[in-house]
Ligand binder design. Structure first.
Ligand code: FAS
Ligand code: PHB
Length: 395
């Protein structure tokens, strides 16, 4: 990477999927940017997170030159299964919508984005410490940070806060200019990765009286499973054998009879939350991705929402630099939030049907079973679900 410029058009805080894709899309429109990332490249590329890409995400990545490895290694799925107290029913997403999803891990998307960024000679500053943002209410915002080489400052025309839920950008907005909406779920997801063949060719979302489970994958030889667990679950209480036993109970007898168990190569507990910050623009600072919103991973929307945000934001910024028009940047927040809230609704609804809620009585469980029975037994209900799961069209 050549010496860092003292100024750029867009300063991007955060080198996860949102920041990397925004930089890539801006570069393709001739807009310069610099990415400031707090962690190391290895840490960012190694984080095990999302697994399912919507059709729109796949099409956008492919159209921007990032589709080759995804086409080779991604697993295209035309349906998912729902296991209702062990009875499995399939939702034919392709027949219902004409669209599909692709299983291609966020780690792989991130690696492809980093490779493209570096191949284009784009700047990513890793291990940038104490990043701070300044002057975004004026015309000359700046980003400051520190590395082993010392203090640094970057003058920008705009700043994109792509620094995730715990980032600095949203927190830099005065409290009286931002509204937040939140639901914290009283449980978490315990996820494991194992080098075992997936139990099914497609994802299985399980609603069981013992709790939620999800059978996913990363490749024909690498499985990704989740079970609902207590928010304060201690991994020491969850040896592999107990995880496999719980998966067999919750996924049902057919899966229990065929699941291939093996040692976990990753095991972690993630909290679930629904969160939205409004608006997503503050003068010359824009928020995108998890910096602005979080969805429970039930609907596989988190990464895909980040992609949708930066698609809109990159178009708006490119329009400004090309024509001086501020129409796109003025509409960014409203356009992004409309899609965010639709994904929030879908993720909240699906989470409500699949998880075991402490204190829920028999009536509540019967309602969950009825919702899932209606979902898998009514074509209009299945079509409404499917258009959300494969991804609503970009507006
Ligand atoms: P990210 O959090 O990925 O990236 C933000 C980046 O900013 C990080 O690299 C961080 O190091 C950096 N950063 C933070 N503070 C900074 C600072 N002050 N200065 C500089 N850099 C800073 N989504 C799904 O669709 N399916 C899933 O199964 C799923 N599982 C998840 C599990 C976990 C544990 C988490 C946390 C999220 C999960 N998600 C899932 C959602 C996830 O995939 C996000 O939607 C996706 O990473 C969003 O990308 P970004 O907005 O780039 O945020
Ligand atoms: C995953 O494979 O990590 C995954 C898939 C679907 C989800 C959540 C996570 O809804």
């Amino acid at each position: 990477m050549s010496a860092l410029p003292g100024r750029t058009q867009v300063g991007i805080v955060g080198g996860g999927p949102a920041g990397l894709l925004l930089a890539h899309l801006l570069h393709r429109r001739g807009v310069a940017s610099v990415i400031l990332e707090r962690r190391s490249r290895a840490h960012v590329e190694g984080r095990i997170r999302a697994g399912v890409l919507e059709q729109g995400t796949v099409d956008l990545l492919a159209a921007s030159g990032l589709g080759a490895r995804m086409a080779r290694e991604g697993l295209v799925h035309g349906g998912i299964e729902v296991a209702i107290d062990g009875v499995r029913r399939r939702l034919d997403l392709a027949a219902l919508t004409g669209r599909r999803v692709t299983v291609y891990g966020q780690t792989e998307v991130t690696k492809d984005l980093v490779e493209a960024r570096l191949a284009a000679g784009g700047a990513i500053v890793y291990e940038a410490e104490d990043v701070s943002v300044h002057g975004f209410d004026g015309e000359r915002p700046t980003v400051r940070w520190r590395t082993a080489a010392g203090e640094a400052e970057l003058a920008c025309d705009f700043i994109a806060g792509c620094d995730g839920f715990h980032g600095v950008c949203r927190r830099s907005v005065p409290a009286d200019r931002i509204r937040t909406y939140e639901r914290v779920y009283p449980f978490g997801w315990l996820g494991i990765l194992s080098d075992t063949p997936p139990v099914s060719d497609e994802l299985i979302y399980a609603s069981h009286e013992r709790g939620f489970a999800l059978a996913s994958m990363r490749s024909p030889t690498r499985s990704r499973y989740y079970i609902q667990c207590d928010l304060d679950a201690d991994l020491a209480d969850w040896p592999d054998e107990r995880v496999w036993d719980e998966l067999k109970l919750r996924l049902g007898p057919e899966a229990a009879a065929t699941i291939r168990t093996g040692p976990s190569i990753e095991k972690s507990v993630a909290p679930l939350r629904s969160f939205v910050a409004e608006p997503m623009r503050f003068g010359r600072l824009f928020l995108a991705g998890d910096a602005a919103h979080i969805v429970p991973p039930t609907g596989a929307k988190g990464l895909n929402l980040a992609v949708a945000d930066v698609k809109v934001l990159s178009e708006a910024l490119a329009e400004f630099f090309a024509t001086g028009s501020e129409e796109g940047i003025d509409r960014y927040s409203e356009r992004a939030l409309r899609r965010v809230w639709r994904a929030q609704r879908f993720s909240w609804w699906f989470s409500a049907q699949l998880h075991r809620y402490d204190g829920a009585d028999g009536f509540a469980r019967r309602l969950q079973l009825t919702e899932l029975d209606y979902l898998t037994g009514s074509e209009p209900a299945a079509r409404a679900f499917a258009e959300n799961y494969v991804g609503l069209p970009f507006d």
